[in-house]
Design a protein around this ligand. Sequence first.
Ligand code: PLP
Length: 392
Amino acid sequence: MPNHLQRIYLDHSATTPADPAVVEAMLPYFAQIYGNASSIHAFGRESKIALEESREKVAGLVGARAGEIFFTSGGTEADNHALVGVAFAAKRALGKNHLIVSAIEHHAVLHAAEYLHANGFELTIVPVDHVGMVSPDDVRSSIRPATSIVSIMHANNEIGTIQPVEEIARVVHEHGIVFHSDTVQSVGKIPVNVEQLSVDVLAISAHKFYGPKGIGAIYIRRGVEIDSFIQGGAQERNRRAGTENVPLAVGFAKAAEISEQGLPEQTGRLKILKEQLKSALSEKFNYIIFNGHPTDALPTIVNVSFDSSKIDIDGEALLLNMDLHGIAVTSGSACSSGSMEPSHVLHAIGRDLKTARASIRFSMGKNTTQSEIEKAVDVLETVVRKISPVTV
Ligand code: PLP
């Protein structure tokens, strides 16, 4: 890549840069205030205070009580804990062994569900419609007497579709079943409140909204039966063993605070950028299909596919060429055992394999500008002309 090339980051759904105020808040907790938060001496107590203040702030972000928030190593661990913890507890106590997830869950949920299935649990995967919506009726008809947990994500990480979580929760609760929602992509981007959404368990990850990587949280509503996920010491009130990561918890809390303050303004700005991006893409390209729900979707994500029945685009070449031009986006496939596997999400909404591969996700963040969007669309045009035999 030429040195003068200005790189443009449009992959905020993958991760975000830590906010400078987050980094600053964390720094004292590495070498100055370093006591083990579980130690009872003054060094430990100082860390413990910071940890509990952080818990309060993270709880506040989602309208929970501090006692219902447990720090984890990130969204993946929180999702795994939710599914595995509830499934095992319900099987032991009630003999229930069935779980329900949607077809477009992140692999942190899907693979945890498949792990449970491989270990004797029954699994139902509910489909989604062509814009990625789960139907509450499909959830209702999948429920069995043996169902212990239903897990439906709030906002999808690839296409941005926002699920009717409250309605699904109502259906699930009619049957006394635990409802988990993966809110890793929605927290910090749209309002998330555990009471409004009526969730019992949810997963959060700090690095998706300008916090540090490697920390997240699981919200567990008081009274929900769930096994601890990591065995060892008594940290996190016996739910998650391991020395508490105070610097990351402090950074997580700072990110929560910043996000709460800036959310309405950010959402308004991003909605405008999203519309600009969508109209620029529609104007430039004939053969694109927008993926995801047209309105019930995150303001940060625009996902498009090049229709393989009309234009021949190699998804890998598309992504590599965008990268060569300094534009960081994500394609509709993920590298798995050396080959490019088309996205299970795009497949679930009905895209054929080639179209799914020829897809791009632009995900914008709080520092994204209009000129970056315009530049990215111009580069996409150049790249498509270069790699496609058909002029678009
Ligand atoms: N769930 C969703 C919807 C995600 O987008 C991600 C990350 O991409 C995760 C879970 C995993 O979170 P983490 O990276 O914190 O483990």
